[in-house]
Ligand binder design. Structure first.
Ligand SMILES: NC(=O)C1=CN([C@@H]2O[C@H](COP(=O)(O)OP(=O)(O)OC[C@H]3O[C@@H](n4cnc5c(N)ncnc54)[C@H](OP(=O)(O)O)[C@@H]3O)[C@@H](O)[C@H]2O)C=CC1
Ligand SMILES: CC(=O)N[C@@H](CCC(=O)OP(=O)(O)O)C(=O)O
Length: 358
């Protein structure tokens, strides 16, 4: 076990939304010591000119992303576009650098290289331990195997934010055998920060404010194989999923509504019991009391996932709703939670349970 009290951490892609949020949660962690901060087109700028809310790092000058800046730390966080992090991680390994590398991007999440090439269109960089501590494995009622896989890990692949929401919503039913994910339907309301800080025309105020806009409609979204991979890990022999994200006018947040077929002859009372059993002892994943429904506002700034489940008897389906902050539990918070496990620190150390409201 890598027992380490304080650790130095470099953040590559510090100028982005994910990198900025990683810095915000690291600054609240008692053992983290912020090291190099790097960027790409914003190299040479001060962090305060990009992320004015990060006051204690405002004067730090962003270095160009590269091994020379990132080497020599205990931990390196890669908050880069997918396809970029694989190359940087490989260079660090070639140099023999001993850092734990945490990839916020997609390069190392998928097990199947064919799925990667199909949805991402480039060479697969390999598979790392998956940074979702609450991931259920087949036969488990509560998550233990994934936590063991993260304990002492030297590489962590942080899930896609949409994937975290849908997986946490549905997996208890798969593990308990009360739902059959052979025709999962997932519709998500997602905030703009999920698209990243770099300007995108469809996110211009004139186009986006006051409007809801679907994207990646018709089975093209790259999170589909990752969700299927997770539900198969929970014990589903076969998963098909129809996945439709919709941008809604909010900066942060994901509200994922995911439904699956109720297994024939299942007692509806057994459904809630399965979700209660899975999450009763989870510090960050909370099944709400019956009648309460998750909202993204209740998770803003927190490392929580709020979940609710219901049985639609007439439709013969189970409906789940999950809310997360895409940048906290969906990215930086989930990353730090997994890093705590890798470092042998308490899993919840330095992570926000309370949100910011109103
Ligand atoms: N936003 C979210 O909710 C989530 C994001 N992620 C993942 O985190 C990663 C970063 O996303 P996000 O922060 O949203 O994106 P942003 O566009 O906000 O930031 C991208 C970062 O990568 C840098 N960058 C851009 N192009 C290159 C390049 N060719 N080589 C090296 N660095 C480059 C940018 O530097 P500069 O600005 O200086 O050009 C910036 O620091 C992505 O892989 C994303 O998929 C994962 C989960 C959720
Ligand atoms: C609004 C929006 O564009 N959201 C992004 C979420 C990005 C994300 O989860 O990051 P990864 O690229 O690391 O998977 C999307 O749906 O692709």
């Amino acid at each position: 076990m890598f027992m380490h009290m304080t650790f130095s951490v470099a953040v590559a892609g510090a100028s982005g939304y994910a990198g900025g949020e990683m810095l915000r949660v690291l600054l609240a962690h008692p053992e983290a010591r912020i090291g190099a901060l790097t960027a790409h087109s914003n190299a040479g700028a001060t962090l305060g000119s990009i992320h004015p809310h990060l006051r204690s790092l405002a004067d730090r000058v962003l270095e160009p992303t590269g091994v020379q800046a990132l080497a020599g730390h205990d931990v390196v966080v890669l908050a880069l576009p997918h396809g970029a992090s694989g190359a940087v991680a490989a260079e660090l390994a070639e140099r023999g650098d001993s850092a734990i590398v945490v990839d916020l991007g997609a390069d190392h999440r998928l097990v199947d290289p064919v799925a990667w090439e199909t949805y991402y269109g480039s060479a697969h960089a390999g598979t790392w331990p998956y940074g979702l501590p609450e991931l259920l494995h087949a036969g488990e009622q509560t998550a233990a195997a994934q936590r063991e896989a993260l304990a002492g890990a030297r590489r962590i692949a942080v899930p896609g934010c949409n994937v975290t929401a849908v997986t946490l919503g549905l997996q208890p039913g798969v593990a308990a055998g009360v739902i059959d994910p052979v025709d999962v339907v997932a519709v998500l309301a997602v905030g703009y920060s999920g698209a990243g800080r770099t300007l995108k025309s469809h996110l211009l105020a004139s186009e986006a404010l006051g409007s809801a806009q679907p994207y990646a409609v018709g089975g093209t979204h790259r999170h589909i194989p990752e969700i299927a991979q997770n539900l198969q890990a929970a014990g589903a022999p076969d998963v098909t999923i129809s996945f439709t994200p919709t941008l809604v006018p909010m900066s942060r947040g994901i509200l994922a509504t995911a439904t699956a077929r109720l297994v024939e002859g299942t007692d509806p009372a057994a459904v809630r019991a399965a979700w209660e059993a899975a999450y009763a002892d989870e510090p960050f994943v909370h099944l709400l009391p019956e009648g309460q429904w998750p909202t993204t506002a209740a998770t803003l700034g927190a490392n929580t996932a709020l979940v609710q489940v219901a049985v639609d008897a007439r439709a013969g389906r189970v409906v789940t709703v999950t809310a997360i902050d895409n940048l906290v539990k969906g990215t930086a918070g989930g990353a730090l939670q997994s890093l705590n496990l890798a470092l042998g620190l308490p899993e919840t150390l330095g992570l926000p349970l309370e949100g910011v409201a109103p």
